[in-house]
Ligand binder design. Structure first.
Ligand code: ADP
Ligand code: MG
Length: 474
């Protein structure tokens, strides 16, 4: 219970929880964090068992299936004393929830370093009220069209978003935005919402993540209140649902969504959807819903290019009021190519570092030093090409032979080992690995299984695999 919860000696546990929250927010995104993780609070900690309080049983089950493993992993990594993380249902009185808020929103060095101080603070800004607002999730004030940097990779999605925001009538319905993570879908959706609310405050614009839609729907079901749930959407002028891939394999939610979706479209209301894949590629989504999603305008945002990354860094530095040397910007834009969220995160880390150390100047040396760990892991990311090259060298054959259809043992075995290592050391899927070897995914699967068996039976082969792994990991 709360009384026996945390004593002074365990205040480090509180601090760790704050850091874990920052990390979870980065990994799962703000909307998922707000819906499922923000309501958690730390309870008691005894004999290596950490109890975390969850407000409802439904949430508990959800958190266990979706987040508990990750929470445990991060915590264990920070504090090896933690052996187990349990979730217990405990309704919090409003006072108790302040703990997490305080930890997340206070600018301690920890959350500055966790690189999301700014977003953490922004989260608590309540949007202006306009009628049905409790249905909508809060909008991030930083996500506007003004702060969105346009480049080759996102210009189409940007133009579509602007058109929808500025049109008085419905232009294409739905607008479907998709991209990999951290490339600006949520930013564009919030920008549309801000724009419309500013232009015409009487229009009812609702922004929700698919998880929040699901959560509200399930809550309505629990309280047998689905009519009220449906009513809420009646007066919506613009409905935005972010990250609809979360609805995959949830038939009843999809059905409810499909219903809401159709009736709004029929009434000429604008709908904007985002996902991590195109409608046709979404898995676990009913065919009729997919075809509906495909029926408007589909716009994708491509991975960033160097110019966009430079543009974003310069823009962000200007907003933060800092001087970012050209060399440092170029270095970051070259190295951090995964997504914009990480790019911004690394910039914030450098800025926080320079400010905490009494305005230490931002230089290339300092940047490399502050981002050491991150850069090391980027450099270490092994590619399938490298694996093929190293394995071929090691067994004295050519990469061509490795990729060929020759079945001679001297070539076939190294090929299987290379496939096995590709599966182990990269995050590539079986079909992706297969393509690199001109094979299909079943061949790769077979190779992985075969090598798994062989390393147990054949110690010299096991040694070869191990040496190769070490060579590739360095
Ligand atoms: P997604 O929803 O696609 O995962 P987000 O919209 O959350 O990505 O974007 C991740 C971060 O990158 C946000 O902080 C966002 O403001 C920023 N961002 C993305 N695209 C741009 C852009 N074109 N210009 C400026 N900032 C951007
Ligand atoms: Mg998003």
């Amino acid at each position: 219970m709360a009384e026996q919860a945390i004593n002074n000696k365990d205040s480090s546990v509180q601090e760790e929880w704050g850091q874990i929250c920052s990390q979870l927010k980065l990994e799962f995104g703000e909307t998922a964090f707000d819906s499922w993780l923000k309501p958690l609070s730390i309870g008691s900690f005894n004999n290596g068992v950490m109890n975390i309080c969850v407000p409802t049983t439904f949430m508990k089950n959800w958190v266990i299936t979706h987040y508990s493993e990750r929470i445990h992993k991060i915590w264990e990594h920070k504090n090896p004393e933690i052996k187990q993380v349990n979730f217990v249902v405990q309704t919090m009185n409003s006072g108790d929830t302040s703990l997490l808020k305080k930890i997340v929103s206070t600018p301690t060095p920890q959350n500055l370093y966790a690189s999301n101080y700014e977003t953490a603070v922004n989260d608590y800004i309540i949007p202006e009220n306009n009628g049905n607002m409790q249905l909508s999730a809060p909008l991030n004030p930083a996500y506007t069209f003004d702060t969105f940097v346009v480049g080759k990779t996102n210009e189409f999605a940007y133009a579509a978003a602007r058109k929808v925001a500025e049109s008085k009538s419905v232009s294409f319905n739905p607008l479907f935005l998709y991209s990999g993570v951290g490339l600006g879908k949520t930013h564009l959706m919030h920008a549309i919402a801000w724009h419309i609310r500013r232009q015409d405050p009487s229009r009812n614009v609702i922004y929700l993540s698919a998880e929040q839609f699901l959560y509200k729907f399930v809550k309505a079901l629990r309280y047998k209140d689905t009519t009220a749930f449906k009513e809420q959407f009646r007066s919506v002028d613009v409905l935005m649902v972010d990250d609809v891939q979360f609805m995959s394999n949830k038939e009843s939610t999809q059905e409810e969504f499909f219903y809401t979706f159709n009736s709004l479209i029929e009434e000429g209301r604008q709908i904007i959807i985002s996902a991590d894949k195109s409608p046709s590629d979404l898995e676990g989504i009913e065919a009729r819903l997919k075809s509906r999603l495909n029926s408007g305008l589909v716009a994708d945002i491509h991975p960033t290019d160097f110019d966009l990354r430079m543009g974003i860094l310069k823009n962000k530095a200007r907003q933060m009021g800092i001087e970012l040397p050209e060399k440092v910007a170029e270095f970051l834009a070259q190295k951090i190519t995964t997504n914009i969220r990480e790019l911004e995160g690394s910039l914030r880390r450098i800025v926080a570092h320079s400010q905490l150390l009494s305005d230490r100047e931002i230089t290339l040396d300092m940047t490399q030093d502050v981002l050491k760990d991150m850069l090391r892991s980027i450099d270490r990311k092994t590619t399938i090409d490298e694996i093929q090259k190293k394995v071929a060298e090691y067994f004295n054959i050519s990469v061509k032979e490795l990729q060929s259809s020759r079945r001679a043992r001297t070539v076939a075995r190294p090929r299987q080992i290379a496939m096995y290592l590709a599966k182990q050391l990269t995050s590539r899927s079986l079909p992706e690995i297969g393509r690199k070897f001109d094979r299909d995914h079943t061949t790769v699967m077979h190779a992985v299984r075969k090598v798994e068996e062989l390393v147990v039976e054949d110690s010299s082969l096991a040694e070869n695999v191990d040496t190769l792994r070490r060579m590739l990991e360095n």
